[in-house]
Design a protein around this ligand. Structure first.
Ligand code: C5P
Length: 399
């Protein structure tokens, strides 16, 4: 899984830096190309000579190489990487990452990197338990960073508690598992349609009925599918997010009716359709062609009509072999309601969003979902970055 992968190994100034040597050896042994980036404090704990000998590449620490004046481009390294892992990650580096204090080569590289990032925190138990560290780690998780939890045990201070860096083998395996889940040849070349974002239902030329959907979940699914080699089209309501992966086609629409028309046109050639849009249930019965003025004494009444159910329409047109996935946002009787929608709309899977958990739902970068399959079996997943939720959904898709 790691063969030929480009990995940045970031090392910061903690006692656990001695274990980074072992991690480096394991990664190289598995066939990865590793570029070590070390903070100035890291060099107090482990010498660059050892690291460059094992990685076969000069270790990068400063913005400029002192004797040659050569500039080390954090942008180039960031783009080169398939993955970045910072092990050990000290409280200080975690804080800098959480707030964007780019005063060394490592944090600058982190800010430039487009690749997934893992951190393996290591620090004394009190630093680990401090609310600041908890808050910073929470921020990193919300930013999509994967945190490899520290273990509880004896620390360098001889105190016993949580703060030991995860073992090198464990970090290596977490990285390998991550690549394994993302190298999905079964999906490569297949076609996926995703609806995303809100719909706007026009009242007059300047007003609409809409909702708070940002499209983040739908675009995360589109990005993850494209990364796995799928040909992806997003039929998108008005949003400001854009695809992060190359090759994702976006068709912009406004109303539910426009979204339905595009989806029906595209659906026959799709292998999978994921209904992630927050489609307005109702639209104004009439749209005024001029701005409705305030001068009337009477308060205007907007009569509403029902919008089409796009998921149900595609469910009715679904051919054998096609897969249809829906989302559900429920407040009470969540599981039962989601199962009812799954069968009524003829879906193969429905993703139940939690409304109760902080960090889940509209506008956040994380989500907590329960995956319900056609036979009704439900699987609750932990709070994760939306991109990981997308990966988990695709992992459960059998084509
Ligand atoms: O019925 P409800 O709106 O709760 O169903 C949610 C699911 O149905 C989501 O997958 C959503 O994208 C889809 N849906 C749709 N068209 C609608 C309403 C919902 O495609 N008009």
């Amino acid at each position: 899984m790691l063969k030929g992968k480009h990995i940045i190994l970031g090392i910061t100034g903690g006692i656990a830096a001695y274990k980074s040597v072992q991690l480096l050896r394991l990664l190289v042994k598995s066939g990865a190309e590793v570029q070590v980036v070390i903070t100035p404090a890291g060099k107090e704990f482990i010498t660059p000579v050892t690291l460059s000998a094992l990685s076969g590449k000069p270790v990068i620490s400063e913005f400029f190489t002192a004797n040659t004046g050569q500039w080390n481009s954090h942008v180039d390294i960031g783009l080169w990487a398939d993955l970045m892992v910072i092990a050990p990650a000290t409280a200080s580096t975690i804080a800098k990452m959480a707030t964007g204090v780019a005063d060394n080569m490592l944090v600058t590289t982190y800010l430039s990197a487009k690749a997934p990032v893992f951190v393996a925190p290591a620090m004394d138990l009190d630093m680990m338990a401090h609310p600041t560290t908890t808050r910073n780690l929470q921020q990193l998780r919300a930013d999509g960073v994967h945190v490899i939890e520290s273990a509880t045990g004896e620390l360098a201070s001889h105190l016993v508690g949580k703060g030991r860096m995860a073992e090198p083998q464990e970090i290596h395996d977490a990285i390998a598992a991550f690549f394994a889940s993302r190298d999905d040849s079964a999906l490569a070349g297949r076609r996926m349609l995703v609806t995303a974002g809100p719909t706007y239902e026009k009242i007059d030329p300047v007003r609409f009925i809409g909702n708070y959907s940002t499209g983040k979940m739908g675009y995360a699914i589109a990005d993850e599918a494209a990364r796995r080699g799928m040909k992806v089209t997003v039929v998108s309501g008005p949003v400001s997010v854009v695809p992060q992966e190359p090759g994702v086609e976006v068709i912009r629409v406004e109303s539910a009716r426009e979204m339905l028309a595009e989806c029906r046109r595209l659906f026959p050639e799709q292998d999978v359709a994921v209904m992630c849009a927050a489609v307005a249930d109702y639209a104004p019965a009439e749209t005024a062609d001029r701005k409705i003025k305030r001068e009337h004494d009477d308060v205007p009444v907007i009569r509403l009509v029902k919008n089409p159910d796009i998921a149900a329409a595609l469910g009715a047109e679904k051919k054998p072999g096609q897969r249809l996935i829906g989302f559900a946002l429920e407040t009470d009787n969540a599981l039962a309601n989601a199962r009812e929608k799954l069968s009524r709309k003829n879906l193969d899977m429905i993703i139940l969003n939690s409304l109760a958990d902080p960090g889940a739902g509209f506008g956040t970068d994380t989500n907590k979902v329960t995956v319900i399959r056609a036979d009704g079996a439900a699987e609750e997943l932990p709070l994760m970055p939306k991109r990981d939720v997308a990966a988990a959904i695709l992992d459960r898709l059998s084509l």
